[in-house]
Ligand binder design. Structure first.
Ligand code: FAD
Ligand code: NAP
Length: 486
């Protein structure tokens, strides 16, 4: 606390009156005394003299790195310590980049253990109010940690996709509408599994790989295509990994729940309301279509993934006997492989924050994006008063997870479901018809006149388009409607 008070006192702790400078190795070496002690950690130089008396490990421990690169020492002793924040006021500047680059490790244009100063697209980013991301890596005897500094606060585990195949290591950090890539052929072998950690408040991503041997790595590896670049999401293209079918269950007469297992060397979590693409080769032609991952059930409480690698992806897929791709998916055997892309879509979980009323309008498999939204809202949005699902289908037999929906309505008083059938049997005594002003105005009533509301709509394109027009007529503003379309 004393140290924190000192850092907040406004005192000039670096002696540079707030200026940040580029530090050469020669300059760093000069600051090697207790009352003038600079240390480099992961490419940044700190004046730690004012911190000496507060360091829990004592002054001598700090002096071991005086005037030099203390990264390795720091990593051995306490690499999880959030030194960036602790020593913020002591920051002198960055290490100057050395002009000489070892040929066999071209990507390592760094002095000491420092970082790249710029990515290729810094100027584009500045225009969009984004900072340019960068990466760094460090090692212990048994681990290699790759750190991505996104410099954005809204980063979570589902903003990171990692694929490691043979010696190729690929990491994608999704930063707003861009993706930042690390893509290298690793210089040494690592174990198949790894862990991913995100420090959300500083936008730092750490990927920890386990070395196969205890070799000291001289460099991370050789850069491959799209390495250390930031690309607008729309230009990144789809990247697929092979996932194994582990189960396939009937849900209705034509819809099935598929469970796919990600490879152990992949970290991928599909954000709520987003879809992926499935790729299957049919008679030599690759067929790619979008599908929206769902939770395994409506009744399990929705939890933010706590495990670093969320290994299973579930899909509710309607099989069209005369369709191109779905009969092929239907014929897959347990153990077969399907290629799965990274996530796409523009729904943001933040839209659900502080909501009071949530209306979901779905037709047929248009229910799929609603599943995770529904689960998430009921478990994680404390302000929510009312959640209503308006579910359009042809017949009773077509209603996906009807049993679960009804159990959920009994379990949670905030939730209510209404079915509207376009081709019911004579035994049906519920609502009958199609999407219309009468149906929408009857069921979509705010709990309070000015309640904070979101309405999500998804189904066949003409259904969704018609719905949006009708909803505007019913006084839902543009910001209050989210439509899922292709
Ligand atoms: P298709 O070959 O596209 O055929 C579909 C139907 O149309 C069949 O009945 C076929 O006989 C008929 N048809 C095809 N061509 C013609 C024609 N020329 N004239 C008349 N009829 C024709 N679906 C899901 O089940 N689950 C999901 O989670 C899901 N998520 C999606 C997410 C997004 C963002 C989008 C855009 C769609 C999603 N879909 C989902 C739909 C999915 O992408 C496919 O469109 C669907 O599975 C049909 O694929 P198919 O190749 O089997 O059928
Ligand atoms: P379906 O069984 O054919 O129809 C479900 C309900 O929607 C029925 O009541 C049907 O009424 C009604 N409907 C269909 N077309 C309509 C139209 N043009 N106008 C008004 N109502 C209409 O539906 P499905 O086979 O499951 O198809 C679901 C659709 O959702 C697919 O097109 C799929 O691509 C889309 N989808 C999109 C996403 C996404 O994120 N964008 C995600 C999942 C699914 P009728 O009996 O009168 O036709």
């Amino acid at each position: 606390m004393d140290w924190i008070r000192l850092t907040k006192s406004g005192k000039d702790l670096t002696g540079l009156k707030g200026r940040l400078i580029e530090v050469t190795e020669e300059e760093l070496k000069k600051h090697n005394k207790k009352d003038d002690c600079w240390i480099c950690i992961r490419g940044f130089v700190y004046n730690v003299s004012p911190y000496m008396e507060y360091h829990p490990g004592g002054e001598d421990e700090l002096m071991r790195a005086a005037g030099s690169d203390g990264t390795d020492l720091f990593n051995q002793v306490h690499r999880w310590v959030n030194y960036e924040s602790m020593l913020k006021e002591c920051l002198v500047g960055r290490m100057a980049v050395k002009p000489a680059v070892p040929k066999e490790c071209d990507e390592e244009k760094r002095a000491l253990n420092g970082m790249f100063p710029k990515t290729q697209v810094a100027h584009t980013l500045a225009e969009e109010g984004l900072n340019s991301p960068s990466y760094d890596w460090f090692q212990t005897d048994s681990l290699v940690t790759i750190v991505i500094y996104t410099k954005q606060k809204d980063i979570s585990l589902d903003s990171v996709i990692v694929d490691h195949q043979d010696d190729s290591f690929r990491a994608e950090a999704i930063i707003k509408d861009h993706s930042y890539f690390i893509h290298v052929g690793l210089s040494h072998e690592v174990e198949e599994t790894f862990s991913v950690r995100v420090v959300e408040n500083v936008g730092k991503i750490e990927i920890v790989l386990k070395k196969k041997g205890n070799t000291l790595w001289k460099c991370l590896g050789l850069p491959l295509e799209k390495h250390n670049v930031l690309i607008p999401k729309k230009d990144t293209g789809l990247y697929f990994r092979k996932c194994q079918l582990v189960s396939k269950e009937d849900v209705t007469h034509d819809t099935k729940l598929f469970c796919l297992m990600l490879p152990p060397s992949t970290h991928l979590q599909v954000p709520i309301g987003q879809h992926v693409y499935l790729k299957v080769t049919i008679t030599g032609t690759e067929i790619v279509k979008p599908y929206t991952p769902v939770s395994s059930s409506l009744l399990s409480e929705f939890k933010e993934p706590v495990l670093p690698n969320n290994k299973y992806i579930y899909f509710l897929i309607k099989i069209y006997p005369a369709g191109l791709l779905t009969p092929e998916l239907d014929h897959l055997q347990i153990g077969d492989f399907v290629s799965v892309s990274g996530p796409e879509g523009n729904f943001k979980k933040s839209k659900l924050q502080e909501l009071e009323d949530l209306f979901l309008v779905a037709a047929g498999t248009g229910f799929t994006p609603m599943v995770k939204i529904l689960n998430y809202a009921l478990s994680n949005v404390p302000s929510l008063r009312k959640l209503k699902l308006l579910f359009f289908n042809k017949t009773e037999d077509d209603i996906i997870w009807r049993n679960q929906l009804e159990k959920l309505a009994l379990k949670d008083k905030r939730f209510d479901v209404e079915y509207i059938l376009s081709a019911p049997t004579s035994a049906w005594n519920g609502k009958h018809g199609q999407i219309s002003p009468a149906v929408l105005s009857e069921f979509l009533k705010r709990s309070l006149e000015n309640s904070r509301v979101l309405l999500c709509i998804c189904g066949p394109t003409p259904f969704t388009e018609q719905g949006i027009t009708l909803l505007h007529d019913l006084y839902f503003s543009k910001d209050e409607i989210h439509s899922f379309t292709a």
